[in-house]
Ligand binder design. Structure first.
Ligand code: AR6
Length: 231
């Protein structure tokens, strides 16, 4: 029911108006009610050292494609601090492209505490995973596996043993997982992006032609995975 999503072919269409800054201070006043919502981190731009400008272009391009087909569902790009370079870049580019502000938001906060500390209801969260789909390794992967408990590790194993760059795997979270109980997260989507860090597996040695293609595929797989849950 939740296959590994491989390079989906997707139509493209742009959204309408500007993306809203959705920081903690506004969270209680802006309601996302019960619309299906995917919160996702910027894939590959921290430990995997992918260029911010190029990543921001790809994020906005893929959001423009998908907001048009998501019905009332919403996408939220999350990062830990207000100083996040990728959040500022994506906000600016989303505004230039007139992305629909009802369908795409940015949010400053911990992706594992969106409901409890951010007042934001997101039923699906994405993880910037490693190819082994293992806990640890730092970054958002360590945070999500820690917050979700061993339930996520076993549920992940049932779906896939590994992931190749540019792909995503949808994992339904057991109702006993702390992330389900406290945050209302029902699915985690693991995504593997392109790696530009020579200390990590499958380093692309600055080959941005390949890297951009893989990052586009990664977001397409992620958003297609989310769409498969919403449908
Ligand atoms: N909440 C929200 N955003 C976060 C959080 C959090 N708790 N933690 C980090 N970020 P990274 P990558 C942001 O390095 O570059 C792992 O070790 C962070 O600021 O987690 O794809 C895996 O095992 C950045 O914007 O992922 C892989 O081996 C974004 O999440 C490798 O690192 C992604 O940063 C993946 O590297």
């Amino acid at each position: 029911a939740y296959p590994i999503l491989d390079n989906p072919n997707l139509e493209s269409k742009e959204g309408e108006s500007q993306g809203v800054a959705f920081d903690g201070s506004h969270a209680s006043r802006v309601s996302l009610d019960d619309a299906p919502t995917l919160a996702f981190p910027s894939i590959s731009t921290s430990d995997f050292q992918f260029n911010y400008e190029k990543a921001a272009d790809i994020i906005v391009e893929k959001i423009a494609e998908f907001t048009a087909k998501l019905g009332n569902a919403r996408l939220v790009l999350v990062d830990l601090t207000h100083k996040s370079k990728i959040l500022s870049l994506v906000k600016a580019k989303a505004s230039e492209k007139h992305i629909d502000t009802q369908k795409f938001l940015t949010h400053v906060g911990d992706i594992t505490k969106l409901h409890s500390t951010g007042g934001l209801n997101c039923n699906v969260i994405a993880n910037a995973a490693n190819w082994r789909l293992k806990p640890g390794g730092g970054g958002v992967n360590a945070a999500i596996f820690n917050a979700a408990g061993p339930e996520l590790e076993s549920a992940t194993k049932e779906r896939a043993k590994s992931l190749s760059p540019g792909n995503a795997v949808v994992v339904p979270l057991p109702a006993s997982s702390p992330l389900f109980v406290t945050e209302g997260v029902t699915h985690v989507i693991h995504v593997l992006g392109p790696n530009m860090n020579p200390q990590r597996p499958n380093c692309l040695n600055n080959d941005y032609e390949k890297g951009c293609k893989i990052l586009q595929d990664a977001y397409a797989s992620l958003f297609e995975g989310f769409a498969s849950i919403v449908r």
